[in-house]
Design a protein around this ligand. Structure first.
Ligand code: NDP
Length: 334
C-alpha cells in the first residue's frame, strides 16, 4: 500500500516537502471491513483547508496523517455479504493506492450512469455543489445573466451549463485563451472572459451588457472586485468557494479592507449573499442525481477530466490546481 501523508502545514502555497510518500504492508480487514484498490482519487481545492489547522467547518488532517480525499475504488477483499470482489464503490479512500474501510462507509457506483470517474465529478460532489447552489440560492431565471469563474473546473462548468438549461445567459471566467475557447466550444457558454487579461474588468462589463443577476462565487479576490459593480438589484450570490485566497499566508490581507463598501452595495442593491457547503443539502441529492444523470446521458451537460497517472504525482498536481494548471476535473489514477 502506497500513501501520501501530510508532512508539514504550509504557510502560503503548499510545496512538495509538505507531503511525504510512504509504503506499508496492506492491513488485514477486520470484521465488517472491506479492502479496496483505488481507481481514481479526486483532488479538490477544499484539501488546502484540511492542511491547515485554522478553525473551519471540518477537522484538519493530522501531521503524519493520510491526506483525505474521495475515491472511486474496486473491492479486492470483502468480509460482508453486501460487497463482492470487483464491485466499484465511492468512498473516502484518501491519497492511497488501497484502503481498508468499514463496509457501511462505501457507496455503490452505478456504472450504467456513465464512466465511473464521473462519480467524483459531474455526478459526484462537485456536480452536486453546482446544481444545489443554483437550486437553493442562485435560482437563475430565463433571460437573466449568470457569471461563474473557475469555469472550466467541475463546479464552474456545471454551473454555466445548468444555468443555460434553466434559460439564463452564462458568462464564464477562466485563466488563459485555451480555457476561454473551451468555455464556448465545449461547454456552450454564451461568453468567456480571461481573468488574466489586463483589461479584465472592462471585458467582463462588456460581456454583461444587462448586468449580472447571479454570480456563483468560486474564486473571490480580483474577480469579485470586478463583479461587484455589475451586480443588478436583487442579484443572488451563492458563495461556494474563494480559491484565490486559499494560499494566503497566515494573517495576510489582499489589499485594503473593502468590506464596508461591499456591505453598502449589499444593502442598496438588496443583494442575497449566502455561503453554503454542499453537505447542507443532502435532502436534494436524489433530485440532483436523477436530473444530472439524464443531462449527461443526452449530452446537455458536458464534462472534462484531467487525469494524472501515478499517486506520487498527486502533490504536484494539487499544487498546480490551486494555480489553475489543471484543465477540467482533476483526478489521480494511482
Ligand atoms: P477547479 O477544478 O475549478 O480548480 C480551481 C480553479 O480555480 C483553477 O483551475 C483556476 O482556474 C481557478 N483559480 C485559482 N486561482 C484563481 C484566481 N486567483 N483567480 C481566478 N481563478 C482562480 O475546482 P472545483 O471546480 O473543484 O472547485 C471550484 C470552487 O468550488 C472552489 O472554490 C472550491 O473550493 C469550491 N467548492 C465548494 C464546495 C462547497 O460545498 N461550498 C464544494 C466543492 C467545491 P483558472 O485557470 O480558470 O483560473
Amino acid at each position: 500500500l502506497t500513501r501520501i501523508v501530510l508532512a508539514s502545514r504550509p504557510d502560503g502555497a503548499p510545496v512538495a516537502s509538505d507531503f511525504r510518500i510512504e509504503t506499508h504492508p496492506l492491513p488485514e480487514p477486520g470484521p465488517g471491513e472491506v479492502v479496496v484498490r483505488v481507481l481514481y482519487l479526486s483532488l479538490d481545492p477544499y484539501m488546502r483547508g484540511r492542511m491547515s489547522d485554522a478553525k473551519s467547518y471540518a477537522e484538519p488532517v493530522a501531521l503524519g496523517g493520510v491526506m483525505v480525499g474521495e475515491t472511486v475504488a474496486e473491492v479486492v477483499r470483502s468480509t460482508v455479504a453486501q460487497f463482492a470482489t470487483g464491485d466499484v464503490v465511492r468512498c473516502q479512500g484518501g491519497w492511497q493506492s488501497h484502503a481498508v474501510l468499514p463496509a457501511d462507509h462505501l457507496a455503490r457506483v452505478d456504472p450504467a450512469l456513465g464512466p465511473v470517474s464521473t462519480a467524483l465529478g459531474v455526478l459526484g460532489m462537485p456536480g452536486f455543489t453546482a446544481w444545489v447552489g443554483l437550486d437553493r440560492i442562485g435560482q437563475p431565471q430565463a433571460g437573466e445573466t449568470l457569471v461563474v469563474a473557475a469555469a472550466t473546473g467541475p463546479v464552474g462548468a456545471t454551473v454555466g451549463q445548468v444555468a443555460r438549461l434553466r434559460g439564463a445567459r452564462s458568462v464564464g471566467i477562466a485563466g488563459g485563451a485555451r480555457k476561454c475557447a473551451a468555455l464556448i466550444e465545449e461547454f456552450g457558454f454564451d461568453a468567456a472572459v480571461d481573468h488574466r487579461d489586463p483589461h479584465f474588468p472592462e471585458k467582463l462589463a462588456a460581456a454583461c451588457p444587462k448586468g449580472i443577476d447571479v454570480y456563483f462565487e468560486n474564486v473571490g479576490g480580483a474577480v469579485f472586485d470586478a463583479v461587484l459593480p455589475l451586480l443588478n438589484p436583487f442579484a443572488r450570490v451563492p458563495v461556494c468557494g474563494v480559491v484565490a485566497t486559499y494560499n494566503a499566508r497566515t494573517g495576510e490581507r489582499a489589499g485594503p479592507d473593502r468590506l464596508a463598501g461591499a456591505m453598502g452595495a449589499i444593502l442598496r442593491r438588496r443583494l442575497t449573499v449566502r455561503g453554503f457547503i454542499v453537505y447542507d443539502f443532502r435532502d436534494r441529492h436524489d433530485a440532483f442525481l436523477a436530473e444530472m444523470a439524464a443531462w449527461v446521458r443526452n449530452g446537455d451537460v458536458r464534462t472534462r477530466e484531467d487525469v494524472v497517472d501515478g499517486l506520487e504525482r498527486a502533490p504536484e498536481a494539487f499544487i498546480g490546481m490551486l494555480e489553475g494548471r489543471n484543465f477540467g476535473k482533476l483526478l489521480i489514477r494511482p
